[in-house]
Design a binder for this molecule. Structure first.
Ligand code: ZN
Length: 252
């Protein structure tokens, strides 16, 4: 199965010029300090050839970044953006020749595409970012900047820790229910002792609640915690776990 990486959405192969994928640990980046060049190199090793790469320091926030707001770094021959990594967990773009990336190891990588508007987004959605509104921030930015509305979006929710393995949230459950409504309870599995959260199911509900069509939301890849040969997992491997890359953009 490792040879199946990068994982992709079959239905997106019809979208002209779209580049996207979810990489496994074979093309990961370390947990520690990294540069945009490291991310670029990992994508090249995986067989992609992006001219420019956008990467950030992820902080479980809701700030929206766009390569269109950032200068190209002349020392890199215009190939890479931002030698100094910006902080943020949501990327949006409609530009050709730049690939948006996020790094995860249990949190949910979400890729969004609006073909008509030629807009894409990449979201790092852990429980905190999801609760605070990272997904809605991406949808609002796509609408405001590119006139790309939720009804015309397609979403890919990549490998993340699932409800089978993610014991979490007894103390946070009420906050999610207050924020997203009682139907969010279906994302939790509750035993007498513990609560287990299915983060990807939660993200699907948040997207649907924001009017992204359910049949345009694709769950891609397995539970990170259960596939040590394929995927990094923070819950399984601890703070030194590597990170896998997810990416989306347009060819020129
Ligand atoms: Zn699992």
């Amino acid at each position: 199965m490792t040879s199946g990486y990068p994982l992709r959405v079959d239905a997106w192969s019809d979208i002209p010029g779209l580049v996207h994928g979810f990489l496994g640990r074979a093309h990961g980046v370390p947990a520690g300090p990294f540069t945009t060049s490291d991310v670029h190199d990992a994508l090249v090793r995986a067989g992609e050839s992006p001219r420019a790469v956008a990467a950030s320091l992820q902080v479980h926030g809701i700030a929206v970044l766009s390569p269109e707001d950032m200068p190209r770094a002349p020392e890199d021959g215009g190939v890479l953006y931002a030698a100094e990594l910006p902080e943020g967990d949501v990327w949006v773009s409609a530009s050709a020749d730049v690939v948006l990336t996020i790094r995860t190891a249990d949190c949910v990588p979400i890729l969004l595409v609006a073909p008509r508007a030629h807009a894409v987004a990449a979201v790092h959605a852990g429980w905190r970012g999801t609760l605070d509104g990272a997904i809605e921030a991406a949808l609002a930015a796509l609408t405001d900047r590119y006139d790309a509305h939720p009804e015309e979006l397609s979403a890919a929710i990549g490998p993340a820790i699932d409800g089978c393995c993610y014991e979490f949230g007894r103390e946070h459950f009420a906050a999610f229910e207050a924020r997203f409504g009682p139907e969010v309870a279906a994302a939790w599995r509750r035993t007498n002792e513990s609560y287990f959260l299915d983060l990807r199911s939660l993200c699907r509900r948040v997207l649907e609640r924001a009017h992204v069509p359910g049949d345009a939301i694709h769950i891609v890849g397995p539970c990170t915690a259960e596939h040590p040969d394929e995927l990094h997992s923070h819950r399984r491997d601890g703070p030194h776990a590597g990170r896998q890359l997810s990416y989306i953009g347009w060819r020129s």
